[in-house]
Ligand binder design. Structure first.
Ligand code: BES
Ligand code: MN
Ligand code: ZN
Length: 499
């Protein structure tokens, strides 16, 4: 989607999107447009149930007295309730409505709202951000789309008094949207194309933004001692990889410790020898969504030149059954030296993360580590598709994450950790086993990870229920959500940047 900002003027073609306050109240510019149409807009409102509540929309075709093809009224609600997420949702909902409409252009008239917490530049920027996020499509594999199935909308114009300030406010958000799209592309890609080497290759692309990208293949990982990660990839003909992405932005503290972001990147999870049932197994192409979120965040941070020191690390493997696959009962030695009895080869994500977490803390001595993983089906049983599970060894870090999640509408719910859960993963033959039984399955998975954090403040986000969406939302089309990118970007912005 092309997005531009200009000073207020009425468009001559396409759609004009006008915000309406609760109880059908126009802002100044909308009121002027209503008068030019000799009241057609207010009549359209009173002839319908549109009252200006957030989420409401009303389309008016070829409005009389106005030059454009369509007017879309969208509800803003009460001025005091207007926030960034609400404005993004409005921008996203309008774009969602018009994407396939046949129109090529929509113009949002951003205006000052008395009594709102946001200024006009911020409102304009958030409308644009929502519009950009909603315009995402993954359609590269369609070869036979009919013209009416293809998006027609190409251009979003946002008009605002002080367009330059609006444009400046949008610049960092545009970079976040690029990070989101990058992550969505990775998550959407099927397992036959996005295997570990291809994933690593795409991460190499971040070098152009100034990110240092290091790639480790199986030979190096074996020499380094990544026994837990390599065991997972053993059954696959695709080579396993570790990718380390380091961003040290301008003005980032020279001496300070970095923030480490760690992602589970299982490019396809069959379950291995503990094979999954066929129904729904195709979903396991997105078992790398944690790694994609880390990659998308690195892209966003580097794109907007965040003045922070952040290291992203992703373990990329394919979990396949074969003659060379690891077996239930195998014992592997992790990078930490701790041994693991692999009871179930389908509990593979924690094996990958165990080595990557250990490596991250050992090499970078981070001030904090956050991992993201589509780790357990059990977290979906607990929290559905409304919250990701948050597990943390450190309360301030947990609170920062909860706050960031709330601010960007990527909500987290904190789950417990504790010694009694940890006991569930004791093994009769090794230092631990990789599953703790059905009860508290997400918690015992987190306990397992904690054993590889060596006391560094750490948080784990189990995003299994949030990585893929079967329902479209205003700024998140169906499919890959890129959950975590906006959250982590916000975490860095609020707590890890030199101000
Ligand atoms: N990738 C899955 C978890 C998952 C399930 C993600 C559904 C998204 C949707 C993970 O590797 C897995 O298979 N976990 C097992 C663990 C079990 C064997 C202890 C699970 O949740 O069933
Ligand atoms: Mn699995
Ligand atoms: Zn998995």
């Amino acid at each position: 989607m092309r997005i531009t900002f200009t000073e207020p003027e009425l468009p001559k073609a396409g759609a004009l999107a006008i915000g309406i306050l609760e109880d059908r109240k126009f802002l100044a510019g909308g009121g002027a447009a209503d008068r030019r149409s000799r009241g057609a807009l207010s009549r359209a409102m009173s002839a319908s149930r549109f009252t200006g509540k957030p989420g409401q929309m009303l389309e008016i075709m070829v409005p009389m007295g106005l030059g454009m093809d369509r007017v879309v009224l969208y509800g803003l609600g009460k001025p005091g309730d207007i926030d960034a997420t609400g404005i993004e949702n409005a921008g996203g909902a309008v774009v969602g409505q018009l994407l396939l409409s046949g129109l090529r252009q929509v113009t949002f008239a951003a205006e000052v709202v008395e009594g709102a917490g946001l200024g006009v530049a911020e409102i304009a920027a958030r409308l644009a951000f929502g519009a950009q996020l909603a315009g995402y499509r993954f359609d590269k594999y369609f070869t036979k789309q009919k013209p009416e199935q293809k998006p027609s909308l190409r251009q979003v114009v946002v008009t605002a008094k002080g367009a330059t300030a609006a444009k400046a406010a949008y610049r960092p958000l545009e970079k976040v949207a690029e990070g989101v799209a990058f992550a969505r592309d990775l998550v959407s890609e099927p397992g036959n194309t996005l295997h570990p080497a291809e994933f690593a290759d795409r991460l190499r692309g971040l070098e152009a933004l100034g990110v240092t990208v290091e790639l480790y293949g199986e030979k190096q990982l074996a020499a380094m001692g990544f026994g837990a990660l390599l065991g997972v990839g053993h059954g696959s003909v695709r080579e396993s990889h570790l990718v380390v992405m380091e961003w040290k932005g301008p003005g980032a503290p020279e001496a300070g410790k970095p923030l480490c972001l760690v992602g589970k990147g299982v490019t396809f999870d069959t379950g291995g020898i503990s094979i999954k049932p066929a129904g729904g197994m195709e979903d396991m192409k997105w078992d790398m969504a944690g790694a994609a979120a880390v990659a998308g965040t690195m892209k966003a941070l580097a794109g907007r030149k965040a003045s922070a020191h952040v290291v992203g690390l992703v373990g990329l493997v394919e979990n396949m059954p074969s003659g060379s696959a690891q077996r239930p009962g195998d014992v592997v030695t992790s990078l930490s030296g701790q041994t693991i009895e692999v009871i179930n080869t389908d509990a593979e994500g924690r094996l990958v993360l165990a080595d990557v977490l250990w490596y991250a803390q050992d090499r970078f001595k981070p001030s904090a580590m956050v991992d993201l993983a589509t780790l357990t089906g059990a977290i979906i049983v607990s929290l559905g598709h409304e919250h990701a599970g948050l597990f943390a060894s450190d309360d301030p870090l947990a609170d920062r994450l909860l706050g960031a999640g709330k601010a960007v509408a990527e909500p987290l719910w904190r789950m417990p950790l504790g010694a009694a859960y940890d006991k569930q993963i004791e093994s009769p033959i090794a230092d631990m086993k990789n599953i703790g039984g059905r009860d508290g399955g997400s918690i015992t998975a987190a306990q397992f990870l904690q054993r590889f954090t060596k006391g560094v403040p750490w948080a784990h986000l189990d995003i299994a229920g949030m990585a893929w969406s079967s329902k479209a939302k205003p700024t998140v089309p169906k499919g890959a959500t890129a959950f975590g990118v906006r959250l982590l970007d916000r975490l860095v912005r609020d707590h890890y940047e030199a101000k």
